[in-house]
Write a protein that binds this ligand. Structure first.
Ligand code: SF4
Ligand code: SF4
Ligand code: FES
Length: 247
């Protein structure tokens, strides 16, 4: 067993500030994960060289790979830091913020763009809660099973981080919102807004900008079948465009 845990953390004091690297060395304890190391540094913010520094800033909430808030690059790979076990990582462990979202501070990024893109595709079921609507439509178990994987999306951003088409030069909305269009267009009530969702995926930033590189599905921690979603929603968009064209 090693006697220490060695970490390299990319620090940035404010949006737009120059980044720098800092090294930390913590006493080894078994079964630690990246978040417990960050908490340790928060309690004792001193670098490996013995220089006092500011506590590292990061986001987290559920600590069980459900909320997606703690997503960062760990040893260069995008993943949730709460489930990144130190014992399974090569040391020194390098921690960097997501590169496709603006840094707020250190490892915390502004993921608002992802939520804006979910709004753009109306990723919800429209409901009027002002009166009792009665029971909802029934969904066959087979359709429920097919829809369930898409319902597990935690808006973590891994699929955008890995996507070559998702960058500063493009408005491409990434794979997660396309997965949500697959989910809600397949729902008997959600289907009422299917046309709006498909129109939101036409034109700049839409599904036509997907390069089909399939990195998104490869990195999705929830194993969401994003390639199937892109294929199915792509067909729906094409049919909608033809219908619009020929009335
Ligand atoms: S298939 Fe490739 S280009 Fe399309 S969303 Fe996934 S990673 Fe991006
Ligand atoms: S589709 Fe997967 S990788 Fe993309 S945001 Fe959802 S859970 Fe994360
Ligand atoms: S803290 Fe929620 S996924 Fe890691």
């Amino acid at each position: 067993m090693p006697s220490t845990i060695e970490l390299r953390i990319r620090r940035q004091d404010a949006p737009g500030a120059s980044p720098r690297w800092e090294e930390f060395s913590l006493p080894y304890r078994p079964n630690m994960n990246v978040i417990t190391c960050l908490m340790e540094i928060q309690r004792h913010p001193v670098t490996k060289q013995g220089r006092r520094t500011t506590p590292v800033v990061w986001d987290c909430s559920c600590l069980e790979e459900v909320c997606g808030a703690c997503t960062m690059r760990v040893n260069g790979t995008v993943r949730q830091s709460c489930t990144a076990l130190i014992d399974s990582l090569k040391q020194p462990v390098s921690l960097e913020p997501l590169s496709k979202f603006p840094v707020v501070r250190d490892l915390a990024v502004d993921r608002q763009k992802m939520f804006d893109n979910l709004i753009r595709v109306k990723a919800w079921v429209e409901l009027d809660g002002t009166y009792a609507l009665g029971p909802g439509p029934r969904l066959a178990p087979r359709d429920q099973a097919a829809a369930y994987p898409y319902a597990q999306c935690m808006t973590c951003g891994c699929c955008m981080e890995a996507c070559p088409q998702y960058n500063d030069r493009s408005e491409f909305l990434g794979a997660a919102p396309i997965g949500q269009v697959r989910l809600f267009n397949g729902h008997p009530t959600g289907r009422m807004n299917a046309e709006e969702r498909l129109r939101a995926l036409m034109g700049p930033g839409g599904i036509g900008e997907c390069g089909k590189a399939q990195n998104c599905e490869a990195v999705c921690p929830k194993n969401i079948p994003l390639n199937d979603a892109i294929a199915q929603v792509g067909r729906q968009v094409t049919i909608r465009m033809l219908k619009d064209l020929f009335g």
